[in-house]
Design a protein around this ligand. Structure first.
Ligand code: MG
Length: 273
């Protein structure tokens, strides 16, 4: 037994627990094709396009994937944004071009997912995979006295479907319905666990961790960037100055007290697992 209270671990879902790249494209492509009045100028391939993979580290919410899919069907979609600012500009331009609202896009995406689960649940599940050893590692947290929950911008029902299929039971699950991640984290901090341990947040989107760090009330939250997730070039650099810790897959598999691992040297990230 450790004398230090075990942390409450709050895991992002996509890119931390689960790699669902095939499903993100599959469902976004279908939702875009349903919303488009005319067939796309360029056919949307069934295989995940490189531009979609490259954009994934910047994508924040599900509806954005549908918008990106529609954009990739244009005759000249333009260069792939590489910064948060240029990506935000692309989203704004695209929403205006298509005359869509985020809520419409989110609904279309969730309808595709709900129909897929209703008609071929096994097929839908098979488009996702838990990262290696994640399921076993989450089960083992119990022996370390730590509880864990999920905080995602995905619809809670879809995350629950995947967790249940893997036999995983988080202490809680917050999806996009519960509001921005910073707000959910504030609520979790305000209602500490009986054990009174610290709150650790494990996420693969650098911009989200930067937002947490920019929120004074969330100063007690320890932020970890998951090395195996959807990282963009340079996402692992300069973490220490921002108060973000680096978590690679090897340390993640090890005991919680050994998680502190050195940040990568510049250019060392191979978007790897
Ligand atoms: Mg993620």
């Amino acid at each position: 037994m450790s004398l230090v209270p075990a942390p409450l671990l709050v895991f992002d879902f996509d890119g931390v627990l689960v790699d669902g790249m095939d499903e993100y494209w599959w469902s976004s492509r279908r939702a875009a094709l349903k919303l488009l009045e005319d067939p796309p100028e360029r056919p949307l391939p069934e295989a995940v396009p490189l531009a979609f993979r490259q954009l994934r580290p910047l994508i924040h919410k599900g509806w954005e994937m549908v918008l990106v899919a529609a954009e990739l069907g244009r005759a000249s979609p333009g260069p792939v944004p590489t910064t948060t600012a240029s990506y935000a500009a692309l989203l704004a331009r695209a929403l205006e071009r298509w005359g869509w609202q985020p809520a419409t896009l989110q609904r279309a995406l969730e309808e595709v997912r709900a129909q897929a689960i209703a008609s071929d649940r096994a097929g839908w599940l098979a488009r996702h995979r838990f990262y290696p050893d994640v399921v076993e590692r989450l089960h083992r947290l119990r022996h370390e006295g730590a509880s864990w929950r999920v905080l995602t911008t995905k619809g809670a029902a879809f995350s629950r479907e995947l967790l249940e299929a893997a036999g995983l039971e988080p202490a809680g699950l917050d999806g996009h319905e519960q509001g921005p991640k910073t707000e959910v984290l504030k609520r979790l901090l305000a209602e500490p666990e009986p054990g009174g341990g610290p709150l650790w947040f494990i996420e693969d989107r650098r911009a989200t961790l930067a937002e947490v760090r920019a929120t004074p009330e969330l100063a007690p939250v320890r932020c970890w960037l998951a090395a195996w997730g959807y990282l963009g070039p340079g996402d692992g650099e300069g973490l220490a100055t921002q108060g973000i810790d680096w978590l690679d897959a090897t340390h993640f598999r090890g005991p919680l007290e050994t998680w502190s691992s050195p940040a990568p040297t510049p250019g060392a990230i191979a978007n790897g697992r």
